[in-house]
Design a protein around this ligand. Structure first.
Ligand code: PLP
Length: 431
């Protein structure tokens, strides 16, 4: 199976985190999100321990909350010694209410409003990842009002296209995020930031993309960031204390995807950075990485119940489920691959190739196409694997469908951390 928290038990049922998924579907009804807390912790530890080992004791991974943002996640992140990446006042609020120590929070986004900035300062956010000159002035104004000095990283675009696996001079310079090194705007932003009275520049941030399997895009980005830091030291006399390489390490969604050795990748990136630092006479910086997907994706699973099964002779087969794009919009948005199983019939022959369709009035509401399954019967349990990242956090009420509950599994116990939305919940904001 694609992850070691999956198994088939003696009843031929799919097990997840040591639990029979068919029993969980009966207990909580479907659609249902499951989360394997031990897997989340295991992933956090891979990042914390290998970053400390290879980058040094002052390195720290930041969990990117946009992958899955619920209060309970921040309890786990606090206990695991992670920092966090937050991208909106809503995420800031969730983390704070979840008891996260906000001095370890990094606030991102290409358009933080004055209200957002003010709110984040009041919530005690430790770092701002400043995206532009406009934002720099806004942070300076809000920090001055409070007579504080705000720690800031400056977001730069290194000009890497992770999907052509190379550093190129033009690619990605046109991003909506950050200031481009290539055009000289990054240097201007650094110079301006250094001249602000209420801003303390800690270093630089970049994020090159997501679901990246190779290490080269990361080592290329790390090279460019270190060289940029060395140039700024030479030209502006400023040496960065922190370098943040962003998120983006890939996750295995289907058998064809490689298994990823995160620790080995981190070791390779560290070797590169050390070599470039010593070549340019730089002190090795405190390194930050921002994994989102690779922390929570394979700790998640969604369970559905099969409904209508339809065969169009000579064309295709459909199995419709009781969820769909409202709880997982990723196939509709990006044709994202997922592994789908019939959880109550894991040992049956998969001789029925079908499209797994959601229940929305929308032809594009599909979860996956060309899926081999045993021919489903109405009432069978359909499991979509690896849905821990960018599923619940992207969920909507499209077609007035309530969002599913989240049940956390740990040490053989199951615990409801987020209840199923009710129809009243969906009307709650209507005045
Ligand atoms: C999305 C994002 C991340 C997390 O990316 P993953 O692919 O989920 O690891 C980290 N940092 C920034 C700035 C992002 O935009």
């Amino acid at each position: 199976m694609i992850c070691d928290n999956l198994n088939i038990n003696e009843k031929g049922h799919l097990e997840f985190a040591g639990r029979d998924t068919v029993e969980l579907a009966e207990k909580y009804a479907t659609p249902l999100y499951l989360l394997d807390e031990d897997k989340i912790r295991e992933k956090c530890r891979i990042y914390t321990s290998s970053m400390r080992k290879y980058f040094g004791e002052d390195a720290m991974p930041l969990y990117a909350g946009k992958a899955l943002c619920i209060k309970d996640i921040y309890r786990i992140m606090r206990e695991e010694g992670m920092g966090i990446d937050v991208v909106s006042p809503g995420e800031v609020y969730t983390a704070r209410v979840g008891g996260f120590p906000m001095e370890r929070a990094y606030f991102h986004g290409n358009n933080k409003t004055d209200t957002d900035i003010s709110f984040a300062l009041d919530m005690g956010v430790g770092y701002f990842v400043c995206d532009s000159v406009d934002e720099l002035y806004a942070i300076e104004r809000e920090a001055a009002k409070r007579s504080i000095t705000q720690k800031v990283l400056l977001r730069v675009t290194p000009g890497i296209d992770p999907h052509t696996h190379q550093a190129i001079n033009t690619g990605r310079v046109d991003s909506k995020f950050g200031a481009a090194i290539e055009t000289g705007q990054a240097k201007d932003l650094v110079a301006l930031a250094l001249s602000q009275k209420h801003i303390s520049v800690m270093g630089y941030h970049c994020h090159i993309g997501s679901q990246i399997f190779e290490t080269t895009p990361f080592t290329d980005a790390a090279d460019i960031m270190i060289k940029f830091s060395a140039d700024m030291k030479d030209e502006l006399g400023f040496e960065a204390k922190e370098i943040n390489l962003g998120g983006g390490m890939g996750v295995r969604y289907i058998e064809e995807h490689p298994e990823i050795d995160y620790a080995a990748n981190i070791a390779v990136i560290a070797d590169h950075m050390k070599a470039v630092c010593s070549a340019r006479g730089l002190k090795f910086p405190a390194v930050r990485m921002e994994p989102g997907r690779s922390i929570v994706a394979d700790a998640g699973m969604t369970l559905y119940t099969a409904g209508t099964v339809k065969t169009i002779p000579g064309f295709k087969n459909y199995v419709s489920i009781d969820g769909g794009m409202p709880d997982n919009p990723r196939y509709a948005l990006y044709q994202s691959p997922y592994t789908v199983e019939l959880a109550n019939r894991m040992n049956d022959k998969k001789d029925f190739v079908c499209t797994v369709a959601g229940r929305c009035c929308e032809s594009g509401d599909l979860i996956q196409e060309d899926v081999p399954l045993p021919r489903p019967e109405r009432g069978d349990i359909v499991a979509v694997l690896t849905t821990g990242a960018y599923n619940h956090s992207m969920a909507s009420n499209y077609n007035r469908i309530p969002r599913p509950p989240v049940v956390v599994l740990r040490g053989g116990e199951d615990r409801l951390v987020l209840r199923r939305e009710s129809y009243e919940d969906m009307l709650a904001c209507e005045v």
